[in-house]
Design a binder for this molecule. Sequence first.
Ligand code: NAP
Length: 288
Amino acid sequence: MKKGINGKTKIIGLVGENIKNSLSPYIHNQIIIKYSLNFCYLPFQVKEADLNDAIQGIKALNIKGVNITFPYKEKVIGFLDEVEESARRIGAVNTIVNNKGVLSGYNTDVVGFKKSLQEVGEFTVKGKKAAILGGGGAARAVVYSILEEGIEEVYIFNRTFKRAGKIKQDFSSFFPESSIYIFPLEKESLKDKINKAHLLVNTTSIGMPPQVNNTPLFDEKLFHSNLLVYDLIYHPAKTLFLKQAEEAGAKIINGLPMLVYQGIESFYLWTGLKPEGKEVLEIVRQIV
Ligand code: NAP
């Protein structure tokens, strides 16, 4: 963007229902400036009734691609020309690429979580045990990611038990080497499994405003110092869940690295350019 927006500028952006506080426009435009690319990343706030028109508009307006965020990651699949395999298995798309009028869907949350675990958490998944709190769209991407990396056992806890069951049902056959166990989000089952786990991830929205004084883990004594504790929430930067984990001696990560690394992966799909994750994370940390 060194010379500003002009007739050759390529448009990328974000489609969601309520994106006023999203960090993605900042992240992507910072990368664009850093590499002097003739791209511009714009926010597109879209009502559900207009979603199909908005997606078809990507072709009509020759937009290079968009990120898709809450609550459209599942709904958008029906409006695309093709969907990459892992996104299809997960049932959620967070990135669309427009290749000469063909719209392809991807899920870069999977790679985003994997890279952030490796590079920021310095955590190797293979052969380990993980406890996942939540069973929504983000949980599906996280569970898929660690199954791909060879986790030995995954324990999924969700308030709506059926939703956890659906993850097990959908993923088990693709990863026969790993074991998936499902539980309601209740104290007794949590105690035994967290004790065994090396990785504990909060994928629920508990801890986000207005629930900042809440935590998905009912008892802070369940944390232990051999855990890497990951909260997908990045606002606030340190949830009560992470504060209690840190006090118990666990290593902690918030959701910012995953957001940055999934963004980098989307950026690569649109531009063919892959910025260094830690550098981008440093830039973003200056404003949050
Ligand atoms: P979602 O599909 O709506 O799932 C929400 C999850 O939270 C479900 O498991 C839900 O349980 C649980 N939940 C919500 N309120 C609860 C409560 N009061 N008690 C118990 N469980 C509760 O949303 P999502 O897309 O998975 O997103 C979940 C979180 O991940 C959000 O905070 C989002 O911002 C974050 N996220 C972060 C990144 C990142 O890059 N850092 C990426 C994606 C998502 P039920 O199934 O029982 O309703």
